[in-house]
Design a protein around this ligand. Structure first.
Ligand code: NAD
Length: 253
């Protein structure tokens, strides 16, 4: 049943990941959150009754250990939400090569490794789910975000491939592509742009960030969590390999 399923959400102590973890917990799943091992991340998890798994997704060995730890703590693994990510902005000639490597590892290689290591558990579940949090930047580009956009395009390809391999085994694999969501990551970008462009934060939000959007209002993390909740639910058994846009109409033009 829905109640006895176990979920692991990466990047689950902040922003979209935390909202998804709490929503799945509310839906009755047992939930572990994976994040960089910091006191504040542990506290966020503890306060909400979420199992904390400390791991750095830029390291292969941590990915392996994280799956093992989750399975021992929750007694299995039915749902994997690959959500952890971060942004770095620089033109290509200046883009730090180590940052490129880390970003590709955290946002593309780690979803592959966690899926690989968890595959046996997810396929045995009968209602297994992999949900990859990609981005509109999995479809379209913006300048100066080369590593982020490459990783997000890549994770959509991985989603479709994994869906084909998993279909016979009752495991679905889907991607969610949000537009701008009000999270610490985006609040930081608004503040930076307000400083560099000499605008108010409200003006940056409306005139810069939401300029290409049909609906001029930032998404909230709970909006993404509601879609993840549906994808994870037993009702969504027939949806796989889907790339689900929740983007305020951004990619409609
Ligand atoms: P956030 O910064 O609030 O949360 C990201 C989490 O990932 C953090 O808890 C961070 O510690 C964790 N993380 C980063 N590097 C890690 C590593 N090496 N190992 C383990 N954990 C690591 O960001 P968010 O806005 O909630 O973003 C979550 C996901 O949604 C990301 O993949 C992001 O690309 C995607 N996304 C965000 C937006 C948006 O507007 N905020 C839009 C589209 C897609």
């Amino acid at each position: 049943s829905q109640e006895s399923r176990a979920a692991l959400v990466t990047g689950g102590t902040s922003g979209i990941g935390l909202a998804i973890a709490r929503r799945l917990q509310g839906d009755g799943l047992k939930v572990a959150v994976l994040d960089l091992d910091r006191p504040q991340a542990r506290e966020v998890a503890q306060e909400r009754g979420l199992t904390f798994v400390g791991a750095d997704l830029s390291r292969r060995a941590d990915c392996r250990r994280a799956v093992d730890e989750t399975v021992s703590a929750l007694g299995g693994l039915d749902v994997l939400v690959n959500n952890a990510g971060f942004q770095h902005i620089d033109p290509i000639p200046d883009f730090p090569e180590d940052t490129w490597d880390t970003m590709l590892h955290v946002m593309l290689t780690a979803p592959f490794l966690l899926s690989k290591y968890a595959w046996g558990h997810l396929t045995r579940s009968g209602q297994g789910r992999i949900v990859n949090v990609a981005s509109i930047h999995g479809h379209v580009a913006s300048p100066y975000k080369s590593a982020y956009i490459s990783a997000k395009h890549g994770v959509i390809g991985f989603t479709r491939t994994a869906a084909l391999e998993a279909g016979e085994q009752g495991l679905t694999v889907n991607a969610i592509c949000p537009g701008y969501v009000r999270t610490p990551l985006v609040e930081g970008q608004i503040a930076d742009q307000a400083r560099t462009r000499g605008l108010s934060p409200e003006e940056v939000e409306q005139k810069v960030m939401l300029e290409p959007a049909a609906i001029k209002r930032l998404l909230e993390p709970e909006d993404i969590a509601a879609l993840a909740s549906y994808v994870v639910s037993p009702a969504a058994w027939g949806m796989t390999g889907a790339v689900l846009d929740l983007d305020l109409g951004w990619t409609a033009r």
